[in-house]
Design a protein around this ligand. Structure first.
Ligand code: NAD
Length: 504
């Protein structure tokens, strides 16, 4: 794909999309042992553009046979040492080269995610910046991570070494296809592991393009492999494999629970889970500039069509400002309508597929049936394409289905509270604990509430702030792992204790 200037307008992106798909330039095969190959069974599955309903491509549908082959190559690569024993500074160079290649191809990569899962292309470009930054950060970290000398007596030299784990399988979702991939793959590679990536069956295309770039960057054969396919086939096989040392997963809590079983049934592989959320966003009456806060509260749920693990899907508002504040949120929501994902002006795009679209509409129906008050939205837009507008429910009670379940769509539930303790109790009343937001100008309250929120991250007077320096992950049934920052790098290495007796 060659272009003289980067795409900017709607027409530019449409032209780029046409050239990318018309040239049959889409890579659809698995990437195994440095080569693009069909699935062992020869089977394929269709991947569809949810904004148009058109089939984009038929992609290799890997299963247990492919998993076994890939695990064998990954193990051979690891034992061979071309990557696992390479000096960290040299691994860094290769990963920085990969980041540069991703940068050079960022429009194409962003477009693949947009076509595959329906998010606006502007948002996909933001994801690419995040994915590239993650590779650069992890690459830069790896030659700055020291081992330790333990404080023992003179007769001993006691070393604590950090070593890669071996074969890491990364299973990722479709909502931020390449960014979630980067959060898993970059630290695992940087630490010296061999990595097998299983992208979601709903968004496999950018992962396959990344494989081509990884090869170009000089990753040795077998060190990075990509197996597209379904969770219950290739995903399950990787999770049950005796040859996989670590499983790093981002996805739903239900599947996370299954993976724990698979790890227990097989080799007790190390398991990191980044799962779902139902994140509370607390607005106190003392916060400054309610218009601004209302806009952020709307973005917190409607960004990426609400298909965000940390979506601020439960808005808790102090009752003294509630009516006026909801009016402002509704006004903000009305400006965030879905549109063609290829139009850089679109704030929201299409829902990822028919299943997710129906599921979200079902939750909206349940909200109405259970007595919540629909303030805006609620009806799907006419097709083609799977578009649901921003939907706001007021008068939501904690026991209602829309208050408890992760909807993973553009549906906001608003609750009222009178006292701080009541707000904290409502916020914590969820099996999830991924993110929470808090808007106030009272520093004592901010500190008190922040400490009491049972959540992996707390955003104070913002939503979704953070960069590569900050770990990202949840508590409770939102999971146990941490992506990003040097903490994620540590997760992909093992401590080895060496006790050396010295002659005296
Ligand atoms: P999902 O759990 O259905 O699928 C995630 C991945 O797991 C996919 O690749 C899928 O093929 C695979 N999978 C499914 N069943 C499997 C099985 N039995 N064995 C092995 N692999 C299997 O989730 P999804 O619909 O792709 O993504 C949405 C979910 O991801 C939401 O719950 C969201 O909150 C969560 N998520 C969490 C984070 C986080 O950082 N905590 C980030 C993004 C998304």
């Amino acid at each position: 794909m060659s272009r003289s200037h980067p795409p900017k307008t709607h027409a530019d992106w449409q032209a780029l999309a046409a050239s990318l798909t018309d040239e049959k330039g889409l890579e659809t095969r698995a990437f195994v042992d440095d080569a693009f190959v069909e699935a062992a069974s020869g089977e394929t599955f269709a991947t569809t553009n949810p904004a148009t309903g058109e089939t984009l491509a038929h992609v290799a549908s890997c299963d247990a046979a492919d998993a076994e082959i890939a695990v064998g190559h990954a193990r051979a690569a690891f034992d061979g040492g071309a990557w696992s024993r390479l000096a960290p500074g040299r691994r860094k160079k290769v990963l920085l080269r990969l980041a540069d290649l991703m940068e050079a191809h960022k429009h194409e990569l962003a477009l693949l995610d947009t076509l595959d899962m329906g998010k606006p292309v502007g948002s996909s470009l933001g994801d690419m910046a995040g994915a590239i930054a993650c590779f650069r950060y992890q690459a830069e970290c790896i030659d700055k991570l020291y081992g330790e000398v333990a404080p023992t007596g003179e007769e001993t030299l006691a070393l604590v070494l950090r070593e890669p784990l071996g074969v890491v399988a990364s299973i990722v979702p479709w909502n931020f296809p390449l960014m979630m991939t980067a959060w898993k793959v970059a630290p695992a590679l940087a630490a010296g592991n061999s990595v097998i990536l299983k992208p979601s069956e709903k968004s496999p295309l950018s992962a396959l393009r990344l494989a081509g770039l990884a090869r170009e960057a000089g990753l040795p054969r077998g060190v990075f492999q990509v197996l597209p396919g379904f969770g219950h086939t290739v995903g399950k096989a990787l999770a049950l494999s005796m040859g996989v040392d670590c499983l790093a997963f981002t996805g739903s809590t239900a599947v996370g629970k299954q993976l724990m079983q698979y790890a227990g049934e097989s080799n007790l592989k190390r398991l990191y889970l980044e799962c779902g959320g139902k994140s509370p966003n607390l607005v106190f009456a003392d916060c400054r500039d309610l218009d601004r806060v209302a806009k952020h509260a709307a973005e917190a749920i409607f960004h990426n069509q609400g298909e965000v693990c940390i979506a601020g899907s439960r808005l808790l508002v102090e009752n003294t400002i509630r009516e006026a504040f909801i009016d402002k949120v509704v006004a903000a929501a009305e400006t965030m309508q879905p549109g063609d994902p290829l139009d850089p002006a679109s704030f929201m795009g299409a829902m990822v597929d028919e299943t997710q679209y129906r599921r979200v509409l079902d939750f909206i129906r349940q909200g109405q049936e259970e007595g919540a008050r629909l303030r805006v939205g609620g009806e799907a837009l006419e097709g083609p394409g799977l578009f649901i507008p921003p939907t706001v429910f007021d008068g939501v009670m904690p026991e209602m289905t829309i208050a408890r379940e992760e909807i993973f769509g553009p549906v906001l539930s608003v609750f009222g509270f009178d006292r701080e303790e009541e707000a904290v109790a409502m916020a914590n009343d969820s099996p999830y604990g991924l993110a929470a937001g808090l808007w106030s100008q009272d520093i004592d309250r901010i500190m008190r509430v922040t400490r009491r929120l049972h959540s992996g991250q707390v955003f104070v007077n913002n939503w979704a702030g953070g960069d590569q320096t900050m770990p990202f992950g949840g508590v409770k049934q939102s999971g146990n792992g941490r992506d990003k920052s040097h903490h994620s790098l540590e997760e992909y290495s093992e401590l080895k204790s060496v006790w050396m007796s010295l002659a005296t």
